[in-house]
Write a protein that binds this ligand. Sequence first.
Ligand code: NI
Length: 257
Amino acid sequence: MLVDTHAHLYVAEFESDRLLMIERARAVGVEKIVLPNIDRESTASMMELHAQFPSLCLPAIGLHPCSVEAGRWEQDLAEMKALLVADHPFVGIGETGLDLYWDQSTLDIQIAALEAQCAWALEFDLPIILHTREATRQCIDVVKPWAAKGMRGVFHCFSGTVEEAKEVAEMGFFLGIGGVVTFKKSNLPELVKQVPTELLVLETDSPYLAPVPYRGKRNESAYLSLIAETLGEHLLMGPKAIAAVTTANAQRLFKRL
Ligand code: NI
């Protein structure tokens, strides 16, 4: 069994073959897929996919840092928080985080939106799903006090330094390992040896960041097996062992899987 801890399978890129794509994922042993939300517009299609595959496709609720817009982010968050009622289906909060690659001018409101979502994660006992791009340092600084209060979570598609990875591990946070681990220039093959294996979870980030040999093409959850295999090679673990440990990790992170 494999768990894809981060995949946006509800987006338009999968419109033409979504069911076949999900069958391909199941065929390689993917039994749980976490669907992080992006923005107010994406929630409906995410919930629709969850309704279609209630035990396979598990949603998270939150606002992506690139979707934090002045003048509307507070309302967006209020609408999302209203969904966290009794018997809600969400397994996590996110994706949230900080992105200084696309827009540095919104950093203040990105931080405010991240802090608000950290409060939900603690209040509802859900893991926070963090996106960071050129902002790992800043994100660690925001999240650390929350981690000290007991918040758990994952740096999805971890892209920081070895030192930052160790700091994240010391906080008890998980590191999401995706297709980048198969790229030639990646620091992940070295990095994953220097953090506890018990803190590594697998993800595709579909439709983005497809692993070799599909690099540059549309990513899908079936490719998780390639990511697992490559991670296993670097950690000197066979496919069964790497599947078992990363699945157990994902279940500790997302208690509701
Ligand atoms: Ni994402």
